[in-house]
Write a protein that binds this ligand. Structure first.
Ligand SMILES: Cc1cc2nc3c(=O)[nH]c(=O)nc-3n(C[C@H](O)[C@H](O)[C@H](O)COP(=O)(O)OP(=O)(O)OC[C@H]3O[C@@H](n4cnc5c(N)ncnc54)[C@H](O)[C@@H]3O)c2cc1C
Length: 376
């Protein structure tokens, strides 16, 4: 039986990114994916163009729309528009297109793909990982990457990631026309969803609609009712939305994302932004960093898996720690947050800069602290 260098559990954004980079470095990799390669994913596809830095190939062919304006509202009123400036615009992609594009790149670089491989058991025997699928198929690997998303049971099983898992409750849907959403404009409404927000992202000829609630365990949010109010302003009927409700794992404190020959990436590693639900950038970042560390580790440099957890803490976690604090205050007092936060002259620009990856929550928090110190 072949012993793979790396087995990647899950062929989503994080898993395919790790797979591409490992295969590209000549490692013998396989992706184990429970679904067939094409299936609908709950995701609105908003992504910073800064992710291009992690790939040697051009991502533009899969970008549906480049966002130049972000419009904020409170219950469809009190609107404010921020222009996206700078070198990192915000893109909207179709998730299914992004994932299959990355998967193709991985497979073309030599990665093996096993679909309908629903992983139900993982154990380690004499330093070799043994992975079994629901249908009894079985593979072995020297290392594993856990990339199976928000419902992953393996982070808890291997005692990696945050001790307590935290979830946002979300709705994601698509409408098969553009309505009156302005060109190149992403819309965020903070008034309709309790402890969260609703959004509309334009695609070439369609619109992605989403809603998320970020505090408490509110799986009973009346998404259908909110949809009725939110999307009529955009020129749509609720009956036009084809959508699904999902539980999204969000960042909940710094944690260890690696063990002996095992790494967590993407949602399985609880990396998703707890304020704005940005999960694609950290999924791609973690896939890229995981591949770098695993490659070194397989080449005999055993300290490198430790480097992965540290890099993710420095490059993502430190910002998320501030994002979580901001979410806790903002979503508890959203009306005040909207008036004093979003409607503040520079605020929309800052939110836009967070979405585009130009600024982190940490940068913004430091600016606010400096301003307060300076004023006193
Ligand atoms: C409603 C909604 C809207 C969102 N909108 C945005 C957005 O606009 N921008 C943004 O940045 N982020 C957004 N996100 C977050 C983003 O979708 C996630 O952070 C991202 O999908 C994480 O990628 P991943 O590869 O870690 O996990 P996933 O994309 O969930 O991939 C996991 C993969 O593992 C497979 N799998 C699961 N279990 C097994 C198993 N046992 N065996 C084998 N395979 C398995 C799954 O089939 C899947 O292919 C949104 C999320 C939701 C819920």
């Amino acid at each position: 039986m072949t012993i793979f260098d790396v087995a990647i559990i899950g062929g989503g954004a994080s898993g395919t990114t790790a797979a591409f980079h490992l295969a590209n470095k000549g490692k013998n990799v396989c992706i184990l994916e429970k679904n067939n390669s094409s299936f609908a994913r709950a995701c609105s596809g908003g992504i910073s163009s800064a992710v291009q830095n992690w790939f040697p190939f051009n991502l533009m062919p899969i970008v549906d729309e480049v966002i130049t304006n972000v419009e904020f509202s409170w219950c469809n009123n009190d609107k404010i528009v921020a222009k996206l400036s700078g070198s990192s615009p915000f893109w909207i992609v179709k998730r299914e297109k992004l994932d299959s594009f990355l998967l193709d790149q991985a497979v073309n670089s030599g990665c093996n793909l096993l679909t309908t491989f629903y992983v139900v058991n993982i154990k380690k025997n004499s330093n070799i990982w043994q992975i079994t699928a629901l249908d009894g198929r079985h593979i072995e690997a020297k290392t594993i990457v856990i990339a199976d998303g928000s419902q992953s049971p393996w982070s808890n099983f291997f005692k990696l990631g945050p001790k307590t898992l935290k979830y946002a409750y979300t709705f994601s849907g698509r409408i098969k026309r553009k309505g009156n959403l302005r060109n190149e404009t992403a819309r965020f409404d903070f008034g309709f969803v309790k402890n969260g927000f609703a959004w509309a992202f334009p695609l070439k000829n369609e619109v992605n609609i989403g809603m998320g609630t970020f505090l408490g365990n509110k799986n009973s949010i009346p998404f259908e009712e909110i949809l009725q109010s939110f999307i009529t302003d955009l020129g749509f009927e609720p009956s036009e939305v084809i959508g699904q409700k999902t539980k999204l794992r969000i960042w909940n404190g710094h944690s260890n994302l690696h063990g002996e020959g095992i790494l967590l990436v993407g949602d399985a590693a609880s990396l998703c932004d707890p304020f704005l639900a940005e999960g694609l950038r950290p999924a791609l970042m973690s896939g890229f960093e995981a591949a770098k560390s695993l490659s070194h580790w397989l080449d005999g440099n055993i300290n490198h898996l430790d480097a992965y957890s540290k890099t993710m803490k420095n490059n993502w976690g430190n910002s998320m720690a501030w994002g979580r604090r901001i979410a806790q205050v903002f979503y508890r007092f959203p009306k005040v947050g909207y008036k004093l936060g979003v409607k503040r002259a520079t605020a929309p620009k800052r939110i836009a800069q967070i979405l585009s990856g130009e600024m982190s929550y940490e940068d913004i928090a430091k600016r606010v602290i400096n301003r307060l110190l300076f004023q006193h």
